[in-house]
Design a protein around this ligand. Structure first.
Ligand SMILES: [Zn+2]
Ligand SMILES: [Zn+2]
Length: 60
């Protein structure tokens, strides 16, 4: 598992939901909790498109 780009930790019991950049060649991951959406479910997280800082600024 990758390290969270926000807090630098790996898998944590209380931070089991991860969000990855939706760009196909990007490995940017962070905890959903570190994004401030800890109340959401895994289903919610997997349904959204999210891009890291680098890819967010690109047109897609
Ligand atoms: Zn984190
Ligand atoms: Zn990215």
């Amino acid at each position: 598992m990758n390290k969270c780009r926000v807090c630098g930790e790996g898998q944590l019991e209380r931070r089991e939901i991860w969000i990855g950049c939706s760009h196909p060649s990007c490995d940017y991951w962070l905890h959903a909790e570190c994004m401030g959406i800890s109340a959401k479910t895994k289903a919610f997280v997997s349904s959204i498109k999210w891009y890291c800082v680098k890819h967010r600024s690109m047109k897609h």
